[in-house]
Design a protein around this ligand. Structure first.
Ligand code: NAP
Length: 433
């Protein structure tokens, strides 16, 4: 079968492409970054598509030639300036479904989310529901697949849960008895492959959930035990405080912890596994069983432990540069700065010029680090400057090396920490695919 799939560079899309290739289907991918898809699966055909702009059926129709079935897995959990719920969850999918109707596509599978129903309160769920409803009202043979939280290799939400589980004190909203029903990615893809191959008409909404609900408190304790971190200790946070924290996290960092995601977690996310078992003929595995099958490796431990430290490291390195620039320009006595410059042979008008341009450079490098702007270039500049300063100080101001606060010797770990920051930030970007 010729299957067009969107969102193939994402967690679910990636696993789905692999499962469908194994089931001998021909895959055509629509993606924002075709080059990534070409590297990942050289055998797969790919065309460029962008859900922020492809909002008419005419945008999609040329891509649907000779296609039998379409699967849409594009989605976001938080918005930014261009990536909005309206564009990604409503306008683009509806345009795609309209194009499918015009082109006589046999079947469309929409990856929605558990909780995307008429009672939904979050903009995430409401926007998903809007597109799902359009599809349900169409003449197509459709399936709206509604997974609970999906876990497995590459899962972003479970990566966050593991990182929280690895904290010395695990934050819980209220008492932490909110329930979710996580489902393993292999059970989800197995079910979707069955939908793809089904000879009978679908026209159905299917909840994809694990075998039983689990409270967040139990989930964290289970994950912590899996990571070999011993007894879990909890920090119970009242809902209002959790919302306030999420609001700030949303503003300061590009994390999945948003006010809305906290509200969604608080209201739980569970379903009835019975219809799944009846329809697909197998019982999805429990998270305990899945974790037992894949014991934690050192990489899992590092990933969980470094999840929050990675951002903290970037903020701290940014702080060092901004603070140093500020202190040099406005706090440290100017005559002492000029005296140091004199010792290395800088005199007259060059002294203020050097002092203030170096301070401005430090602050700019710090601000760029704060926003992770062109990090590779910024890190190269930072390390070059650290090395240059260290050489100059060694040659002309060697007494600074024996300062009791280690003013210069700290440059050595700072250089390594800067390189580690680059690796961790690079890994985060890689993880986006
Ligand atoms: N993972 C879960 O636990 C879970 C649970 C329930 C429902 N879902 C739903 O399942 C779907 C897939 O989730 P996921 O975890 O696989 O998400 P993901 O890993 O974040 O993947 C999202 C996909 O959407 C693509 N995308 C984002 N913006 C786009 C744009 N403007 N144009 C074209 N493509 C764009 C991404 O491509 P780039 O690589 O170019 O960014 C990526 O391929 C989503 O709709 C999500 O709401 C997920």
């Amino acid at each position: 079968m010729h299957i067009l799939i969107t969102g193939a560079s994402g967690f679910i899309g990636d696993h789905l492409v692999n499962a469908l290739l194994c089931a001998n289907h021909k895959i055509i991918v629509c993606a924002r970054h075709p080059q990534y898809i070409r590297q990942r699966w050289p055998e797969v055909a790919v065309t460029k598509a962008d859900f922020t702009i492809d909002h008419t059926a005419a945008d999609w129709m040329p891509r649907l030639k000779d296609i039998d079935l379409v699967i849409n897995t594009v989605g976001i959990i938080r918005e930014n300036r261009t990536q909005t719920f309206d564009a990604l969850h409503i306008s683009a999918p509806i345009a795609l479904f309209q194009a499918c109707e015009s082109m006589g596509i046999r079947r469309v599978i929409q990856i929605s989310a558990l909780g995307a129903n008429e009672k939904a309160f979050s903009r995430y769920h409401k926007s998903k529901y809007a597109a799902d409803q359009y599809l349900r009202g169409s003449a197509l043979d459709w399936a709206v697949v509604m997974p609970s939280i999906v876990y497995g290799p590459g899962a972003k939400s479970m990566a966050l849960f593991k990182a929280l589980a690895a904290l010395p004190f695990i934050p819980l909203i209220d008492t932490g008895d909110q329930c979710i029903q996580p489902v393993h990615i292999n059970d989800l893809t197995k079910a979707i492959v069955k939908l793809v191959n089904s000879p009978t008409q679908l026209r159905s909404t299917i909840e994809i959930v694990g075998p039983a609900p689990i409270t967040l408190k139990t989930l964290y304790a289970t994950l912590r035990n899996w990571l070999g971190q011993g007894q879990a200790r909890f920090l119970f946070i009242p809902n209002q405080l959790a919302l306030l924290g999420a609001r700030w996290s949303e503003r300061l960092a590009n994390t999945p912890i948003t006010e809305e995601s906290v509200q969604m977690l608080r209201s739980g996310n569970t379903g009835n596994v019975g219809p799944f078992i009846t329809q697909f003929g197998f019982k999805p595995r429990s998270i305990e069983q899945a974790l037992k099958e894949t014991p934690a490796q050192q990489a899992d431990y590092w990933h969980a432990k470094l999840y929050f430290l990675a951002s903290a490291l970037r903020f701290m390195i940014a702080f060092v540069w901004i603070f140093t620039g500020f202190v040099s320009a406005f706090v440290y006595p100017i005559e002492l700065s000029y005296a140091l410059l004199s010792k290395i042979g800088i005199e007259g008008i060059w002294q203020p010029l050097m002092l203030y341009s170096a301070a401005a450079m430090d602050m700019l490098l710090g601000i760029a680090t704060l926003f992770a702007f062109r990090l590779r270039m910024i890190v190269a500049l930072q390390i070059s400057i650290i090395l240059l300063y260290s050489v100059i100080i060694t040659l002309w101001l060697p007494e600074q090396w024996v300062h009791p606060f280690g003013a210069i010797s700290k440059n050595l770990p700072l250089t390594i920490a800067t390189l580690i920051m680059l690796v961790l930030e690079g890994e985060k970007r890689w993880n986006m695919h």
